[in-house]
Every structure is written in structure tokens, then in C-alpha cells.
Design a protein around this ligand. Structure first.
Ligand code: HPA
Ligand code: ZN
Length: 326
């Protein structure tokens, strides 16, 4: 079969997806109208033209501004359903989606509105699309440890619906160590742990995420490659890296996809996966990411099968559910 059709046809899990980052300009306009919220753009074209980033912070400023149109549980439901439909078309059969409650509760939106909207979409995705999903509550690392604790407290009535906690937003200057205690509390509640590390931050942040947060997964992890001993440890521990090629390109983590280290990661024995991160902002959903990097790095079908396999092995599904997908 055709290479691109082969990619879309491969059953895969998506492990690194910020649901707020799946807000397409068309839905942004629809929700702005529905909620009578002013947005600083006159057209969908103008929105897309604004997505010209040279680093993580440029992107985050626009991403948090875009999220302002999300107000009610219906909005969060519609946002997540649009993502699930698009993901299912790309061969995604399981998605572990991150959400940033603080980006909403700090605007006066109740935690309950956010999570109930997302959960109703998760149920609809399973019944209508056969796509299973779980939620990862991400703490914003530019905010305080105290604010993260308050967010964890708000989540307590929904713990059975949350698989893990994560750590995102501005990386440099906000090392994992800042959140060691709140991640220990989350672990004690039975939650899995993931954290963005080594996207813009140094290898030392990846090391800290392992040592001080006890992560089960690393989001991005690109800069771990600068430290040979760290790579050896990640390989030995079978640590999953949730790599996001088009994100890396848009945020200038790599200058060119032709220089993307994905195949080097596989050669080193790292459990790398391919994910879309913020697909509405970075120009592609998960199959677009597989295609772009496969094309730029001349990946083989065996590489693609390994990446899809890793996405299940690295998921937070129970072992018996992982086995079904392998
Ligand atoms: N990195 C850090 N924080 C984020 C990202 C990202 O790629 N996307 C949404 N929040
Ligand atoms: Zn991310």
C-alpha cells in the first residue's frame, strides 16, 4: 500500500496532546460568537498568520489567549469531540489527553465545567468512534507550587477519571524540582506522572524529572541526547519519550525536520513515540507528524511500526489492555 495510507492505517495511541492546543481557528470563531467573547483577529486567515513562533513562550502567549473563548462545559465537549474525530481519522485508537485546568480556573471557569465537558466527550468518543481515552491533569510550571496543590485539591472528586498528572508551560527557569512535593502527593493518590522536560530546558531538567518527580514518562526529552549517561539511564529504565516533530519545528527546537533526532533516538534504544502536541497551532495531527518526519528522515515501515508499538507500550493503559494492541 501507499506509504501515507500505511501511516493512517496503523493503529496508534496519542500520548502527548494538549486539548487546548487542538482549538482550530474555525471553532475559536464559533465559540467567540457563542459566548460573545472578543478575539483579536478579524478572520481565520489572520489567526493562522499569527501562528509564527520562534520559541515556546511566543506560542504559549497565543495559546492562552486563544483558550479564552472556552467558557462552558459544552465548549470543552465540542473542543474534545473535534479532536477525537480528527484523531480517529488518523488511526488513533487510544488518546491520553492533557488539559490545563489553571488556564481556565484562573479566568473564573469552574474546574467542574472543564472536566465534565471533557469527560462527556471521552464517553462519546468511545461509543461513537471506538476510541478510548484518559485525562492527564497538567500543572502550569510558571505558576507556584501552592497553586498546583490547590489544583490537585480541586481535582479530588474526579480522581477516578484522571490517569496522571503532567507539567507544562514555560520550561526554562521552572525546573521539575519546584514541584517535587505536589507530584509526590499526586503519586500517593495513585496517579501516574509525566512532565515536559528537555524541550527547551537542559538535560539536567530531564534528570531532575526522573529523580525528583519519579516520572513514568517524559514529554519531549529531545535535549536528553546531549548527555550520554542520561540516555543510557532512559534506555535502561525503558522510559517513554513523547516526541512531537512538527511542534519541534514550529518552536525552533530543531531548525529543520531533516535534522530531527527521532531515528537517532530509536537507534540508541530509546522508547520514542510520535505525537502532535498542539495540532491546531503546529500544522498537523498525529498522522501528519508521522508523515513529515518519515519523509524528512527516510524512516522505514519497520520504524513506523516500532513507533506505533511504543505508543501502546508507553501508554498508561493497564498491561492487559496494552497486550490487546501489540
Ligand atoms: N510545551 C510546554 N507547554 C505546553 C506545550 C508545549 O509544547 N503545549 C502546551 N503547553
Ligand atoms: Zn506539550
Amino acid at each position: 500500500t501507499d506509504f501515507f495510507a500505511f501511516i493512517a492505517g496503523l493503529p496508534k495511541a496519542e500520548l502527548h496532546l494538549h486539548i487546548e492546543g487542538s482549538l482550530e481557528p474555525e471553532l475559536m470563531f464559533e465559540l467567540a460568537q457563542r459566548n460573545r467573547v472578543a478575539i483579536p483577529y478579524a478572520s481565520v486567515e489572520e489567526v493562522r498568520a499569527a501562528y509564527d513562533f520562534s520559541n515556546l513562550q511566543d506560542f504559549l502567549d497565543i495559546y492562552y489567549a486563544g483558550a479564552d473563548v472556552l467558557r462552558t462545559r459544552a465548549d470543552f465537549h465540542d473542543l474534545a469531540m473535534a479532536y477525537f474525530r480528527r484523531a480517529a481519522a488518523d488511526g488513533v485508537v487510544h488518546a491520553e489527553i492533557m488539559f490545563d485546568p489553571q488556564a481556565h480556573t484562573d479566568r473564573g471557569i469552574a474546574f467542574e465545567e472543564v472536566i465534565e465537558g471533557l469527560l462527556s466527550a471521552c464517553r462519546a468518543a468511545e461509543s461513537e468512534l471506538g476510541l478510548t481515552s484518559s485525562l492527564i491533569l497538567s500543572f502550569l510550571r510558571h505558576l507556584s507550587e501552592e497553586a498546583a496543590f490547590a489544583t490537585l485539591e480541586m481535582a479530588k472528586p474526579w480522581l477516578e477519571h484522571i490517569v496522571a498528572v503532567g507539567l507544562d508551560s514555560s520550561e526554562v527557569g521552572h525546573p521539575p524540582q519546584k514541584f517535587a512535593r505536589v507530584f509526590a502527593a499526586a503519586r500517593a493518590l495513585g496517579l501516574k506522572i509525566t512532565a515536559h522536560a528537555g524541550e527547551e530546558g537542559p538535560p539536567a531538567y530531564v534528570h531532575e524529572a526522573l529523580e525528583m518527580l519519579g516520572v513514568d514518562r517524559i514529554d519531549h526529552g529531545n535535549r536528553a541526547l546531549e548527555d550520554e549517561a542520561l540516555v543510557a539511564r532512559l534506555v535502561a529504565e525503558g522510559m517513554t519519550l513523547t516526541v512531537c516533530p512538527l511542534s519541534n519545528l514550529k518552536l525552533c527546537v530543531v531548525d529543520d525536520l531533516a535534522d530531527h533526532p527521532l531515528d537517532r533516538m530509536l537507534e540508541l534504544g530509546l522508547r520514542a513515540t510520535v505525537n502532535s502536541d498542539d495540532p491546531a497551532y503546529f500544522g498537523g495531527y498525529v498522522a501528519d507528524n508521522y508523515r513529515a518526519v518519515a519523509d524528512a528522515r527516510a524512516l522505514s515501515r519497520e520504524d513506523l511500526v516500532m513507533l506505533a508499538r511504543n505508543s501502546f507500550t508507553g501508554s498508561f493503559l493497564p498491561p492487559e489492555a496494552i497486550a490487546v494492541h501489540l
